[in-house]
Write a protein that binds this ligand. Structure first.
Ligand code: MV4
Length: 501
């Protein structure tokens, strides 16, 4: 096993990896940019080393700076966390050349999983159902439009070199196709240096269900059940859970076997996730590979009783998987709420700043993977995820009530966060019944604004009653008495207009 691991990441995931190191007696090295000098990982790690100024491309995305830091600290292995360089084949290749262990798949496997079209073809060859769409990059707009017509609108444009939502554009009508394609290409060009776009039939309603897999160096692979990730906003996951309310043990076994087949076809190593979309008929289609530890990994850990990060270390160090034989079953249910420094009341706009005071919930069945502390200044340079709250229960309703209790105890003063949004979801009847799909967040926000409008029209009705009462006391007939409905409606509209402006 490694003696020293460098964590090429920041925030809550760096803290999570440092904790696994400490429990295994492995020394940990935190790298930090100038903006993260006083961050929690720097406080907790055995060693810390500055790798540059705040901009990601001069710090957490700088291969040279991270390799240099590994050299200077004699780190034998690097854990990339998620995001940043975690799926960067060139980074993995450089570490192979530097004889530093990359805790993740080989650079070759990263090239396969990173190319969404190559992955789709590989899955199709392995006999795995893939979302209907194009399998070759098509530069010519007219040809791509012809494909879209063949598939039928709505379609979704996706970046071949992308993933997780970047550069994706939903196109509902043919007349929007050309504009959306131009936007998708330019976004993909700037995000990945590759403007290649492919398209898929947009499945809706659908559920986003992903399967966790571990593969060791001997090629032994085990699945660790599924995670339900349909509750997303603008391709940002907000709430995840395991098991999925719509997956029973038979389906779990089937999905697990599919996911393992997919990993073997890709020559995968380590912890990986195979993403599926489940359509309204309950059919599962391969969507994409995630060749990294995911943000939402804790819900799997809570119901499967394992530590995925430690298994990543062991696999990277050449150890064989030694998990209980036979099918693995989740125990109870776990839900994760991602707490972002964003204001759900203002369209989730980021609001960094200083955390003046902090009261973190505790109690049975609760876990927090946090990157913050009282007095911490949330920097503006990076993803605004500040902490993750995970609640476990003997069943889904207990996990929900525990999460709701914890969200009520949580106090973060000084910044706005997504806490109120999560409380609203835990109280929502549709969520509690497991009746949701990828349209859930848009639907919930829509219902919320209807309620808000509803409140306004209630206020107007009360005002109208007060006016009628006043006119009656003045001896003037109200429209009901005078039958002059038109006059009342004009008056009502005028009042409504006045109350809006
Ligand atoms: C899709 C899809 C439906 N059809 N692809 C991809 C990235 C991930 N963040 C969301 N993704 C989706 N890809 C096809 N062909 C539905 C989703 C999706 C989703 C889309 C819009 C709004 C919320 C969503 C939640 C989960 C998945």
């Amino acid at each position: 096993m490694f003696k020293k691991i460098l964590i090429a990441n920041r925030g809550e995931i760096a803290v999570r990896i440092i904790r696994a190191c400490r429990e295994m007696g492995i020394r940990s090295v935190a790298v930090f940019s100038e903006a993260d000098r006083v961050s929690l990982p720097v406080r907790l790690a055995d060693e810390a080393i500055c790798i540059g100024p705040p901009p990601p491309d001069q710090s957490y995305l700088s291969v040279d700076a991270i390799v240099e830091a590994a050299r200077r600290t004699n780190s034998e292995a690097i854990h990339p966390g998620y995001g940043f360089l975690s799926e960067n084949a060139a980074f993995a290749r450089r570490l192979e050349q530097e004889k530093i262990t990359f805790i993740g798949p080989s650079s070759r496997a990263l090239r396969v999983t990173g190319d969404k079209l190559r992955a789709r073809k590989l899955m199709r060859k392995a006999g795995i159902a893939v979302i209907p769409g194009t399998d070759e990059p098509i530069r010519d707009e007219k040809k791509l439009l012809a494909e879209a017509r063949k598939i039928g609108f709505p379609v979704i444009l996706k970046a071949t070199a992308g993933g997780g939502g970047k550069g994706m554009r939903l196109v509902r009508r043919e007349k929007d196709f050309a504009g959306s394609l131009r936007l998708a290409r330019s976004e993909s060009e700037s995000a990945f240096g590759d403007g290649s776009i492919y398209l898929e039939a947009f499945l809706e309603p659908a559920r986003h269900i992903e399967v966790q897999v571990l593969v060791d160096r001997t090629g032994q692979a085990r699945h660790l059940g599924e995670r339900e990730c349909s509750i997303q906003r603008r391709h940002q996951k907000l709430i995840e859970e395991s098991p999925s309310p719509v997956v029973d043990s038979a389906k779990r076994k089937e999905l697990g076997a599919l996911a393992i087949k997919a990993c073997k076809a890709a020559g995968y190593l380590g912890a990986g996730t195979v993403e599926f979309l489940r359509d309204s008929k309950g059919r599962f289609f391969f969507m994409e590979f995630n060749a990294r530890l995911q943000v939402e990994h804790p819900v799997t850990e809570m119901v499967m009783g394992i530590d995925l990060v430690k298994w990543q270390f062991r696999i990277a160090a050449g150890e064989k998987l030694s998990l209980p034989a036979g099918e693995i079953h989740p125990r109870g249910a776990a839900i994760e709420c991602r707490i972002y420094a964003e204001d759900p009341g203002r369209d989730f706009s980021p609001c960094p700043g200083k955390i003046r005071s902090l009261h973190q919930p505790m109690g049975p069945g609760l876990r927090e993977d946090s990157g913050i502390y009282a007095g911490y200044e949330v920097p503006i340079h990076y993803d605004p995820l500040v902490t993750k709250l995970i609640a476990w229960g003997e069943d889904r309703l207990e996990a929900i009530s525990r999460m709701h209790r914890a969200l009520g105890e949580y106090r973060i003063l000084g910044i706005e966060t997504t806490l109120p949004f999560h409380r609203e979801v835990m109280e929502d009847e549709l969520f509690r019944q497991g009746k949701f799909d990828t349209g859930y967040v848009a639907d919930l926000l829509g219902r919320r604004s209807m309620r808000a409008n509803g409140a306004r029209s209630e206020e107007i009705a009360i005002a109208g009653a007060a006016i009628r009462d006043y006119e009656r006391r003045l001896g003037r007939p109200t429209w009901r008495e005078s039958g002059d409905r038109k006059a009342w409606k004009i008056a009502y509209r005028r009042r409504q207009h006045q109350s809006r402006h």
